[in-house]
Ligand binder design. Structure first.
Ligand SMILES: C[S@@+](CC[C@H](N)C(=O)[O-])C[C@H]1O[C@@H](n2cnc3c(N)ncnc32)[C@H](O)[C@@H]1O
Length: 225
């Protein structure tokens, strides 16, 4: 049964075509046109089967969510999951998230960016395929609103060190507690598919959350004035 707080529309009225966005529609996208309102927008990259995106969008019907997933099988599964639960505040697109963030995502527009268990590409010759690299971080910062948050989680210790260095090197980003109450990450348990799998296997989970400063030279955010 759908949870009551997800529905702007009538029961069962969200169609798959309401959830799925064609990648071409993201060139020059305006969030207000995509979602039909001006609510804050959160982006999740690599949604997998969409479990976190579903729960988060249900918990925050007052926000909009875009989920990006490259794998055909998973993006379809996740989009259909949103339809089945009649979630009206989520859009799902199959595209390369790095390309989207660098080239198309509206600047100064995201209240939160979620990246959980990005592919670690452990072999040295594949590591240039990793999502979190300086050029991506630069673009991600440009997409966040001042005060906007970026949460990252991985089970891969070496990739995590690279992520920490790369993200914290950016002068506009400052580390914040992962489960800050107003970020609403439920005591840092995201319960993504990969998190559940790795926690069961007793693997360590590494987390980092940062906030975009309004002005890196003063260290001020909207909250701190
Ligand atoms: C290891 S899985 C993690 C899935 C989910 N976040 C979780 O924690 O269960 C990584 C996912 O990111 C997707 N992905 C990897 N690189 C991507 C990219 N550049 N753009 C979009 N999706 C990507 C993969 O297809 C895969 O489904």
């Amino acid at each position: 049964m759908p949870s009551a707080d997800t529905c702007d529309r009538g029961l069962g009225s969200v169609r798959l075509e309401d959830v799925i966005v064609a990648p071409e529609a993201l060139a020059g996208v305006r969030w207000s046109a995509l979602f039909g309102n001006n609510r804050p927008v959160e982006l999740e990259i690599g949604i997998g089967k969409g479990g976190f995106l579903l729960r988060r969008s249900q918990a925050h019907p007052e926000r909009n969510f875009l989920g990006i997933e490259w794998a055909n099988k998973y993006y379809k599964y996740a989009a259909d999951r949103m339809r089945r639960w009649n979630v009206a505040n989520v859009r799902v697109v199959r595209t390369d998230a790095a390309d989207f963030v660098k080239a198309h995502c509206p600047r100064t527009s995201l209240s939160m960016l979620h990246v959980y268990h990005p592919d670690p590409w452990p072999k040295a010759r594949h590591q240039r395929r990793r999502l979190v690299q300086p050029a991506f971080v630069e673009a991600a910062v440009a997409c966040l609103v001042p005060g906007g948050r970026w949460a990252l989680q991985t089970d891969h210790a070496e990739y995590f060190e690279q992520i920490r260095t790369c993200v914290l090197d950016h002068p506009a980003l400052v580390e914040v507690p992962f489960d800050e109450p107003d970020a609403g990450l439920r005591d840092a348990r995201l319960d993504t598919n990969f998190e559940v799998k790795y926690r069961r296997a007793g693997r360590a989970i590494y987390q980092l959350a940062v906030r975009r400063l309004a002005d890196p030279s003063t260290g001020k955010t909207p909250e701190s004035g």
